[in-house]
Every structure is written in structure tokens, then in C-alpha cells.
Design a protein around this ligand. Structure first.
Ligand SMILES: [Zn+2]
Length: 109
């Protein structure tokens, strides 16, 4: 996979992360058990799937600028590696050019 493709995938993931940050905004942490819908942040074109997370789960992923939330099986092995597999979602970590895009676009930086 070439660098341009890595960056395109990274850009896709960054856009969904930004969208999820707007979904996250304004939700109080009061009920840590409650599930909220977020968009799958994968780099697969045309994916519009939703996944459910508690806010503490979401925050744990967002603490890492290079990590994204995806549905199981939506990871792109040439562009990222799975660091966590849960029942409702997986967490991928970007590498190479994709990681640089992820850091440059981190909404919490
Ligand atoms: Zn997806």
C-alpha cells in the first residue's frame, strides 16, 4: 500500500473521528454504563455503520491520537493494527503516514 493511499485512509478516519467528537460533545459522563451510538471510524469507503460505546470506553480510545474505533473486521491490516478487540467494537492503531495524519488532525491536540 502506497503512502498516498495510507494518507487517504487516514483522512477518512480523521473525518469520522471529528464527527464522533461532535456526537460526544455535551454528553455528560454521569451514567458511565449507558451506551451511545458513534460512527465506525474505519477507512473503508462507503461504510456508514454505527457502533455503541459507553463514554468511558470512548474516552479511553480518544486519549490516543493515533487510535480509532472500528467494527470488528473493518480494520485495514496494511494501514493499521488492532490493539483491542471488544464485544461491540475494535480499536486500531495507525502506523506510518497514516499515524502522521492522525496526529496532525487530532481534535484534542
Ligand atoms: Zn466501518
Amino acid at each position: 500500500m502506497d503512502d498516498a493511499t495510507q494518507r487517504r485512509i487516514g483522512g477518512n478516519e480523521a473525518a469520522f473521528r471529528k464527527l464522533n467528537e461532535t456526537l460526544r460533545a455535551g454528553k455528560p459522563l454521569a451514567d458511565a454504563e449507558q451506551l451511545f451510538c458513534f460512527r465506525c471510524e474505519c477507512g473503508v469507503l462507503g461504510c456508514n455503520k454505527l457502533l455503541e460505546l459507553t463514554l468511558p470506553e470512548y474516552e479511553a480510545v480518544r486519549a490516543w491520537p493515533t487510535r480509532f474505533l472500528v467494527l470488528d473486521g473493518h480494520e485495514i491490516p496494511e494501514a493499521e493494527r488492532v490493539v483491542e478487540r471488544r464485544e461491540r467494537f475494535s480499536v486500531v492503531e495507525k502506523e506510518g503516514d497514516g499515524a502522521r495524519v492522525a496526529v496532525d488532525t487530532d481534535p484534542r491536540a
